[in-house]
Every structure is written in structure tokens, then in C-alpha cells.
Design a protein around this ligand. Structure first.
Ligand code: ACO
Length: 330
């Protein structure tokens, strides 16, 4: 059986570091509150870069590590919730800047689960033989769309900008590669974490009112998100393990979405996974949404934490609600 394998991984974060102390100057918050509730110490924000330009940097690294060039890419999958325009999506902008052929570019809109949803799409296309080199990108520019006044502080302190990318293709044998991806959603909770005011429900003539009512900004019921995340993430990871005849003890590295360090600690404790096996980068990057998991993988590889034969468990939960898991044998 052909399995999808990761041929190269790349990551990129903007140079501008924004500490919690920097945020104290903009809104009524404190370094202590942010660290204690979320684990975040600092995040990166763009100065002028656009979403696809972060994706471009991450993609260049991933392609170079895969030993292929832009002309070899057969398909772009681009996961983001912070695309430059309502349409077209960021994928076509990346195709142009990266210098790919006029291949397809598909944008994935599944927020924090976007990278894993993209992985599932890539896996189907690669295993069916449709494409050989698929570039999957998770990239976000949150900083331009958050309210930096005290009114927006519950959301503003959480998010950072960044991008991760992987080059995927068919493997040589079935001993290594992607074992499975499990996807879920529960749309009845769509309004617990969303930006309401940019869609077709709001006609042109109502846009001024939408902005006055602050409905163009991200809104979140943080407690509900927390409660659902700590339930769904262990659940979907167990589902993946069961489907593959594996157990918690088989996991070498857990790469969870980075919404809140406390969420990840609770998930690891629920499953009985020691913290030494968990990759977290929220402390330095904040929540980079679709970019969190590829950035974690990029960090883990650079830190020498991934070895031949390592079993990687990836798990995400976010807006939708959507959640997902993937198991990968390195
Ligand atoms: N600084 C200081 N005080 C704050 C801040 C802040 N940045 N934000 C909120 N507060 C205040 C609140 O106003 C509240 O004050 P009050 O008690 O006087 O009313 C108090 O702090 C407690 O607020 P809570 O919201 O109850 O705090 P909680 O302990 O729930 O933590 C948090 C909030 C960190 C947001 C938490 O709920 C969380 O992490 N939830 C999950 C978030 C998440 O996963 N988001 C995913 C987004 S990713 C995606 O899919 C797009």
C-alpha cells in the first residue's frame, strides 16, 4: 500500500517580537495574566508582510529540504482563516510568488484544524495517484485583524502570525508515512468562535453598522472553547490509535494545536502522555492557528526530537467547531 510521506518541512515567523509587556502598553492586560492563563510569553507580528508571503518563506524551506523546486509542485493546499481577500484565496497568490506552474491551488477553511484537514485531502489525492508533490501550507496573519484596545483583549493576547509548510508525496513502502487522519465537526457551535460580519449574510449596505457593532472582529466564548477542546482532542486521538491498533505508550511525540498551554497540559494529562513527549511553541509564537502544527513539526525537527521510526501524533481543535487527529510514522 502506498502511504503519503512528508518529504520536507519548513517554518517561518516574522522578525517582529511582541512581548506581553508590549501589549500592556496597548490595553489593560498584564504579563502575569497572559502567562498564567495561556502560557504565552511573546508572539510574532508582521510589519508589512502578507499572509502568502509568510507561506512563501515556509514553502521555500520545505521545498529545499525536499530537494525539489517550485516547478515540481503538482498541487498547492493552503490552510488559513486570515487570507488577504475574501476572494480569491491565498493559494493562488502563493502559486504566483513561488513560481509554480499553473497548477491547482485549493484553499482550506478549517481554522485551527486546517492543517490536518489539508493533510487528509493531500493523502487522498496522493494515494489515488492523482498528484505526486503536494505542497501543504498553514499560514496566518492575525495581527492586522485584532482589536488592540482593552475591548478586544480576550482575543488579542492569544494570537500570533506565522507559517508552516510541508511537501507531501507517495512513499516507497508502507512501513513509514501517514497512518491515518480523522476529521470531525459540530457546526451547532459555529458562533462560539467566529468572525461573523464578513460573509454574505451582511449586505454591502449594512457594513458600516456591522463595523460599529464590532461584528467584523473575532469573537470567542473562551471557556466553552476550552471545555470542548479538552474533551475532543483526547477523544479523536484515541480514535486514531484504536483505528491503527496502537496505544498511548506507542506515541513518541505529541504535536497538538497551540490555543492555550493549559489545554495541551490537560490533554496530555488526560491521556497520560508525559510533558517530555509534547511539543509546544505557544510560549514564543502564540496561537498561529493553521500554522501551529507544521511549526511544531519544524521546531521538533530542528531540536532533534524526531527520529527514524518515531510515531508522531497530531491533534487539533478550533472554530467550527472542527477537530482532527493524524498519526504519522517518521
Ligand atoms: N488581560 C487581562 N484580563 C483579561 C484578559 C486579558 N487579556 N482577557 C480577559 N480578561 C479578564 C476578563 O474580562 C475576566 O474578567 P472578569 O472576571 O472581571 O469578568 C477575567 O479576565 C477572566 O476571564 P475569562 O474569560 O473567564 O478567563 P479564562 O480563565 O476563561 O481564560 C482564555 C480565558 C485564556 C481565553 C481561555 O478561556 C482560553 O484559552 N480558551 C480557549 C481559547 C481558544 O482555544 N481559542 C481558540 C482560538 S483558535 C481558532 O480556532 C481560531
Amino acid at each position: 500500500m502506498v502511504r503519503t510521506v512528508i518529504r520536507g518541512v519548513g517554518g517561518y515567523v516574522p522578525e517582529r517580537v511582541v512581548t506581553n509587556k508590549d501589549l500592556e502598553k496597548l490595553m489593560d492586560t498584564s504579563d502575569e495574566w497572559i502567562r498564567e492563563r495561556t502560557g504565552i510569553q511573546e508572539r510574532r507580528w508582521v510589519t508589512t508582510q502578507q499572509n502568502h508571503e509568510l507561506g512563501l518563506e515556509a514553502s521555500r524551506v520545505a521545498l529545499s529540504r525536499a530537494g525539489i523546486g517550485p516547478q515540481d509542485v503538482d498541487l498547492i493546499l493552503y490552510a488559513t482563516l486570515s487570507m488577504e481577500y475574501t476572494f480569491p484565496g491565498s493559494g493562488v497568490l502563493l502559486q504566483d510568488k513561488l513560481g509554480c506552474r499553473t497548477i491547482g491551488a485549493l484553499d482550506i477553511r478549517n481554522q485551527c484544524s486546517g492543517f490536518l484537514y489539508g493533510l487528509a485531502v493531500a493523502d487522498g489525492m496522493i494515494r489515488s495517484g492523482l498528484y505526486r508533490n503536494v505542497l501543504l501550507v498553514g499560514s496566518e496573519v492575525h495581527s492586522t485583524r485584532i482589536d488592540l484596545s482593552t475591548l478586544g483583549r480576550d482575543v488579542a493576547v492569544l494570537f500570533g502570525d506565522g507559517a508552516g509548510a510541508v511537501v507531501l508525496g507517495p512513499g516507497e513502502d508502507d512501513s513509514k508515512g501517514l497512518l491515518s487522519v480523522h476529521l470531525h465537526c459540530e457546526g451547532k457551535h459555529h458562533d462560539l468562535l467566529w468572525i461573523e460580519g464578513h460573509g454574505s449574510l451582511f449586505p454591502h449596505a449594512e457594513q458600516v453598522r456591522v463595523i460599529q457593532e464590532r461584528r467584523h472582529l473575532p469573537q470567542m466564548d473562551g471557556r466553552q472553547v476550552f471545555v470542548h477542546a479538552v474533551r475532543r482532542m483526547p477523544e479523536v486521538l484515541q480514535e486514531a490509535l484504536q483505528a491503527n491498533g496502537l496505544s498511548i505508550q506507542d506515541i513518541d511525540l505529541l504535536l497538538p494545536h497551540q490555543a492555550n498551554l493549559r489545554i495541551n497540559q490537560k490533554v496530555a494529562a488526560t491521556l497520560g502522555i508525559p510533558e517530555s513527549k509534547v511539543v509546544n511553541n505557544i510560549q514564543k509564537y502564540g496561537n498561529t492557528t493553521a500554522a501551529t502544527i507544521p511549526l511544531c513539526l519544524w521546531n521538533a525537527l530542528d531540536e532533534g526530537r524526531v527520529h527514524d521510526g518515531s510515531l508522531l501524533a497530531m491533534v487539533a481543535f478550533g472554530s467550527g467547531f472542527t477537530w482532527a487527529s493524524a498519526l504519522y510514522r517518521w
